[in-house]
Design a protein. Structure first.
Length: 135
């Protein structure tokens, strides 16, 4: 099966961060039949995607909450994970490019991944802010 194009990783990284990229990367790994091979990278992507907002709320900015700084952190981590998945699947991307095959439309998977990632990040941040005692 053809995998989602590189633009899907970039769009997911920009709009949804590491969690959205990991969902797209896991879907590509499933399409390539290499979920076992990419399991470590999928686990790493989910762990960093869940840890980035938690670290931001608990350690870096415990007194006040600036959402734009959190978005920058989540996007940066997302682009790093996108690079990991690109390197893991680079031969598939290269063979698709060489043969002229196009992957499926990335719109629906990316939008679904971004919505899921943003909702999960919002739940994590809200839970941590509510659980923290006032300073």
């Amino acid at each position: 099966k053809p995998i989602l194009p590189v633009g899907a990783l970039i769009g997911a990284a920009f709009f949804g961060g590491a969690l959205a990229v990991t969902i797209i990367g896991a879907d590509n790994a499933r399409r390539l039949g290499r979920l076992n091979k990419d399991f470590f990278w999928i686990l790493l992507g989910f762990a960093t995607g869940l840890a980035a907002p938690a670290i931001w709320v608990l350690v870096l900015e415990p007194d006040g909450f600036e959402r734009s700084n959190l978005r920058i952190l989540v996007r940066g981590v997302g682009f790093a994970i996108a690079g990991v998945f690109y390197l893991a699947h680079r031969y598939a991307y290269r063979s698709m490019q060489m043969t002229g095959r196009e992957g499926p439309s990335p719109w629906v998977p990316v939008i679904c991944a971004v919505i899921a990632a943003v909702m999960l990040q919002a739940v994590i941040v809200a839970f941590l802010q509510h659980a923290m005692p006032p300073a």
